[in-house]
Ligand binder design. Structure first.
Ligand SMILES: [Zn+2]
Length: 220
């Protein structure tokens, strides 16, 4: 693990040098391209922290935490974020790669993460799994067969404004593409709305209360 992380650091230094070289040329197309350092080190706090210190010295545009999204437990993810994020520059964006569930995002923001990327809203949507403020629903379940409510009452997304759970379930069961599409639209809307709420709660100085309320609602 130590050798792998050392290789990652050497590679990053080469990337930075090559980017500086390219940016010194007149015909480089994108002089504003950004370079992020990616923290690695598995679930070993000491290796992670040492690597974070090394990449922080390189004064990059932003910093990512990688290698925590596939196979690692949520507990390990939170433990490593607790250990590592304080060693990344506070004035640069922090990016948690490949994460995650709404709860993962709420917990990671609390630990100082600024942004995320994840397949969940789209991939789970294609399987009829939709996220709501009252938890995740599987629209394939028989109990939604005659349910004429939207996926989530009060949701402003294109699926909830016009279609019922029963209709979307029918589309999914009939393998009609529109069913998947409506679920994905709802999930992307849900994630984007949650990120808006997170920004507002942080600006209002109420993030802890917001997180608690949101998590409690989703556990219902
Ligand atoms: Zn919706």
């Amino acid at each position: 693990m130590v050798h792998s992380v050392a290789r990652t650091t050497r590679w990053l230094k080469r990337c930075k040098a090559e980017m500086n070289r390219l940016n010194s040329l007149e015909d480089t197309i994108n002089h504003n391209q950004m370079l992020f350092g990616i923290n690695q080190g598995g679930i070993y706090e000491d290796i992670r922290v040492e690597h974070a210190r090394q990449i922080a010295e390189l004064d990059l545009d932003g910093y990512a935490v990688g290698g925590l999204a596939v196979g690692e437990s949520h507990e390990d993810m939170y433990r490593i974020l607790d250990a590592v994020v304080p060693h990344l520059p506070e004035n640069k964006p922090t990016y948690l790669m490949g994460v995650g569930t709404p709860a993962n995002i709420l917990e990671a923001v609390d630990r100082g993460v600024d942004f995320f990327d994840c397949v969940y809203p789209s991939r789970n949507g294609r399987h009829g799994h939709v996220y709501t403020n009252h938890g995740k629903m599987n629209l394939f379940n028989a109990k939604y067969e005659l349910d004429d409510r939207p996926i989530e009452e009060g949701c402003g997304c294109p699926a909830c404004r016009s279609y019922s759970r029963a209709y979307i379930r029918h589309l999914l069961k009939a393998k009609e593409m529109l069913g998947m599409r409506l679920c994905v639209l709802h999930n992307l809307y849900f994630y984007n709305t949650m990120m808006e709420e997170i920004r507002e709660a942080i600006e209002a100085g109420e993030y802890k209360a917001y997180k608690k309320r949101k998590l409690e609602g989703m556990m219902q």
